[in-house]
Design a protein around this ligand. Structure first.
Ligand SMILES: [Zn+2]
Length: 90
C-alpha cells in the first residue's frame, strides 16, 4: 500500500465561486498484471472521483468531481478528503 497526500484544486466552488485547494489522501496498491495490460501506453491516466468538500469560505459542503493520476504500475484503492490545503503544509 502506497499512501500519498495530494493537492486537489476545485477551480470554481459552487458555494462561493472561488478556487480552493484541498488535501486528499490517496491510497494506491500495485496493479495486477492483467489490470495493467489494457493499454496504459499513453502516459498517466486519470481516474475520476466524486467526494464531498467543505468550502473554506462559507463552511458549506458540496460535492465535486476531481481526478487523481493513476500510473501504469498502481491502482487507486481509496481517496479521502482531509481538509483545506494550507500553503505551509507539504
Ligand atoms: Zn468556496
Amino acid at each position: 500500500m502506497i499512501e500519498n497526500i495530494e493537492k486537489v484544486t476545485i477551480k470554481k466552488c459552487p458555494k462561493c465561486r472561488k478556487s480552493h485547494a484541498f488535501r486528499v489522501r490517496v491510497r494506491r496498491t500495485k496493479a495486477l498484471a492483467f489490470a495493467a495490460a489494457g493499454g496504459f501506453d499513453d502516459g498517466p491516466l486519470k481516474e475520476r472521483f466524486i467526494r464531498s468538500f467543505v468550502c473554506p469560505e462559507t463552511s458549506l459542503d458540496f460535492e465535486s468531481k476531481f481526478s487523481v493520476t493513476v500510473d501504469s504500475g498502481s491502482m487507486v484503492k481509496s481517496v479521502k478528503i482531509l481538509g483545506a490545503w494550507q500553503p505551509d503544509q507539504s
